[in-house]
Design a protein around this ligand. Structure first.
Ligand SMILES: [Zn+2]
Length: 260
């Protein structure tokens, strides 16, 4: 996409999304990768000899809990050293300043960069990297500071604790999906997601089928590209700031009001 082509696409996306009253932002691995968070299968180093399915599954954890915990502690440490980028900060600005509308963010990413950028009420569809929970009872807690909770048995029942992520073969938390369903979005911006996994993948399709706008930002074409209202090629950290500028500008706001 040329510079002028990108500018035209951003303006089109802003015109489509400006009238929305309940805008859903759905963020995938690309949003975090722009901040230096490795994608799941691109870890590199010592972890290359492991299969992701062995490090992030109940079976793998049952076989070798210490190795799984070592991997999680390393990821927690790595993410603690990453900083939110301009695109993630733009999401926070959009949530605060998008006029007369609510902006809900849902992500398949497990890191906390959106929260650190100032985004509120992030729905982590695949769980949070910094949550530690019990393998036997409903206990879970934020283990953000020093991984201390990962080193001891469950304080409620004494069973072993595990990372709070949703692993391969596990169902997504019902509460996250119910929250998104109750939000009833009338527009969707899909960011940095080359291939969402079901059931998250069905969310933008469903919104589109209800006649609402769906805009996609991604460096490459995705399975979603042919069906969305507008697809912009590029990095989230480069494209979200100008899109947010337009969506929060009084000119775009007034145009949307006249169209409504
Ligand atoms: Zn317990």
């Amino acid at each position: 996409m040329s510079d002028s082509g990108t500018r035209v696409a951003i303006a089109k996306a802003a015109a489509l999304l400006a009238p929305c009253r309940r805008l859903l932002l759905l963020a995938g691995a690309g949003l975090s990768a722009d901040a230096g968070v490795p994608t799941f299968r691109g870890e590199g180093g010592v972890w290359n000899e492991y299969r992701a399915e062995d490090l992030a599954s109940a079976d793998g954890f049952a076989r070798d809990p210490e190795t799984v915990w070592d991997w999680y502690r390393e990821r927690r440490l790595h993410i603690a050293g990453c900083e939110p980028h301009a695109g993630q900060r733009a999401v926070a600005l959009l949530q605060q300043h998008f006029p007369a509308a609510r902006v809900q963010i849902a992500t398949t990413n497990e890191d906390d960069l959106l929260e650190r950028a100032g985004v509120r009420d992030v729905v982590h569809i695949h769980g949070s990297l910094f949550t530690t929970r019990c393998t036997a009872c409903p206990w879970s807690d934020d283990d953000h500071v020093d991984n201390a909770l990962s080193l001891m048995p469950c304080p409620c029942c004494g069973a072993a604790v595990r990372p709070g992520s949703v692993w391969f073969g596990e169902a997504l938390p019902r509460s996250a999906l119910d929250h998104l369903h109750d939000f009833a979005p009338d527009g969707c911006l899909v960011i940095g997601s080359s291939c969402l996994v079901q059931p998250a993948a069905g969310i933008p399709i469903d919104i589109q089928e209800h006649g609402y706008p769906v805009v996609e930002i991604n460096p490459e074409a995705t399975p979603l590209s042919p069906v969305v209202s507008c697809s912009i090629r590029g990095l989230a950290r480069d494209l979200l700031p100008p899109l947010t500028d337009l969506l929060t500008s009084s000119i775009v706001r007034d145009q949307a009001r006249r169209q409504a």
